[in-house]
Write a protein that binds this ligand. Structure first.
Ligand code: CA2
Length: 144
């Protein structure tokens, strides 16, 4: 199984500020964590981070016909981006939305998620482990 792991704006700053919300581990640690569990689960992974909405749209489109699913943490674009929602709908790949923090317990403006409308599951509040839970869910769908 081939999965695209897509991370949105400012996730490259992990570990630098707001450790109380996002932890002390860095974005490089997150990439290593993803590569490690993908190795264990036999998943072929591609990991992309961008601070630019259009680049994230391009990455979703590039997954069409190439990947079997998408794990996406759109970061702040979660709450604003119809473009990411449309891109996910266009490629029709199974997608899981991931958030490091439990967005349901945060500010009102984080209660809206556009991408959720194109995702089969949301995993929020489990830190790095959420990415593994998302990948395991997509694996379980493939085995059905
Ligand atoms: O909890 C998550 O994973 C979020 O997607 C993270 C986003 C936030 O806008 C979403 O509402 C929830 C923020 C990404 C990283 O932000 C940082 C800010 C300062 C220092 C390090 C990371």
């Amino acid at each position: 199984m081939k999965l695209l792991f897509l991370n949105g704006p400012n996730l490259n700053m992990l570990g630098i500020r707001e450790p109380d919300i996002y932890g002390r581990q860095t974005y490089a640690d997150l990439e290593n964590y993803i590569r490690d569990f993908c190795g264990e689960l036999g998943i072929d992974c591609e990991i992309v981070q961008s601070n630019h909405e259009g680049t994230l749209v391009d990455a979703i489109q590039a997954a069409y016909g190439k990947m079997d699913g998408i794990v996406i943490n759109p970061a702040a674009y979660t709450h604003t981006s119809v473009a990411l929602l449309d891109a996910l709908k266009a490629v029709m790949l199974p997608a899981v939305e991931v958030h490091l923090s439990d967005v349901s317990k945060r500010e009102d403006f984080r209660q809206i998620s556009y991408v959720r409308l194109a995702c089969c599951r949301t995993v929020a509040g489990y830190g790095f482990e959420g990415y593994r839970l998302a990948a395991e869910h997509l694996l379980s769908l493939e085995k059905q």
